[in-house]
Design a protein around this ligand. Structure first.
Ligand SMILES: Cc1cc2nc3c(=O)[nH]c(=O)nc-3n(C[C@H](O)[C@H](O)[C@H](O)COP(=O)(O)OP(=O)(O)OC[C@H]3O[C@@H](n4cnc5c(N)ncnc54)[C@H](O)[C@@H]3O)c2cc1C
Ligand code: FES
Length: 279
């Protein structure tokens, strides 16, 4: 049982939650996530540890309301409410070393998980170049936090409402053309990570991505998060979620992400009609 101690809107359909979870807060590392179950009848959903404070015993989750469970968490849960289970930290932490110049790319809600990685790389005295992107400026958040841990921060929006007009690969290509970069991290929608990987391959720069495959238990037991990396089956929850982007079978991942589209649509429709009934 974990209590929500603070909640605030970050942008269109995005909320930041501060959750009381002292044991997780003392062990959390960049790149790790938790599996959350809202109540007895709730499904399990993975959410990245976007921040943590061992002194206050809290963790920060940033949630984009895309379907039934994320909408329920963002719309129905408030300060003082209790989340049934928060399990973690799960997954292998990011490999943080002194690389030299590194680029951290966060797309959409991927800005939240890239932030602790950028901060840790900054603390290791890397030169950190941040790139954040979203469809429109109402979906951008934490530019101040990212700015505080990056030596320079590039912004891209699909509609040009802030920063460069277009996708994150535009500033990524510009940065990679202009200087020697040792490593790139990219977190966001699978299609964004696939194209960041292609861009890095052109410049022979290694890239790490965080795979958002469908997860259930988060402990390697159910097989739901299976991905193909370097031609071998791997479980994103325990072997990842971070993998070298150039070794990922992106077509298989994109295909598997759509496996439960009908069930997800039905669950959201049931949630929305129950909501309408309570008004
Ligand atoms: C390691 C990891 C970390 C994540 N971190 C965050 C985060 O910090 N913030 C955030 O907003 N989202 C995060 N996600 C995605 C989040 O888990 C899904 O958006 C959520 O599970 C959707 O559930 P839903 O019922 O609201 O929507 P649904 O309608 O059920 O699903 C919407 C879409 O979300 C994806 N999805 C659905 N169920 C799961 C599942 N069990 N596991 C993974 N993806 C699923 C699918 O692509 C699906 O099409 C993360 C996913 C992974 C794998
Ligand atoms: S989520 Fe079940 S094996 Fe990874």
């Amino acid at each position: 049982m974990n209590t929500i101690v603070d909640k605030r809107a970050l942008g269109q359909g995005i909320v930041e939650l501060l959750v009381d979870a002292p044991r997780i807060a003392t062990k959390a590392r960049p790149g790790q996530f938790v599996v959350v179950r809202l109540h007895e009848r709730g499904e399990r959903i993975p959410l990245t540890l976007a921040d943590w404070d061992p002194t206050r015993g809290t963790i920060t989750l940033v949630v984009q309301m895309v379907g039934k469970s994320t909408r329920e968490l963002g719309e129905r849960f408030d300060v003082g409410d209790v989340i049934r289970d928060v399990v973690g930290p799960l997954g292998s932490p990011s490999e943080i070393h002194r690389y030299g110049t590194v680029v951290c790319v966060g797309g959409g809600v991927g800005i939240a998980p890239i932030y602790p990685i950028a901060r840790a790389l900054h603390e290791e005295r890397n030169e950190v170049i941040g790139i954040v992107g979203a469809r429109t400026n109402g979906l951008l958040f934490w530019l101040d936090r990212m700015g505080g841990v990056c030596h320079e921060l590039h912004v891209a929006t699909d509609d040009g409402s802030q920063g460069v007009k277009g996708v994150v690969t535009i500033p990524l290509r510009e940065v990679l053309s202009g200087r020697k970069v040792a490593h790139v991290w990219a977190i966001g929608p699978a299609i964004m990570m696939k194209f960041c990987t292609k861009t890095c391959q052109e410049f022979a720069v290694p890239i790490t991505v965080s795979l958002n495959s469908i997860m259930v238990d988060g402990t390697g037991m159910c097989g739901g998060c299976r991905v193909e990396v370097s031609g071998k089956a791997r479980f994103a929850c325990v072997d990842g979620p971070e993998f070298p982007g150039d070794l990922v079978n992106w077509d298989l991942l994109l295909d598997r992400l759509g496996t439960f589209r009908d069930e997800e649509r039905c669950a959201l429709e049931r949630y929305l009609s129950a909501e309408a009934g309570t008004r």
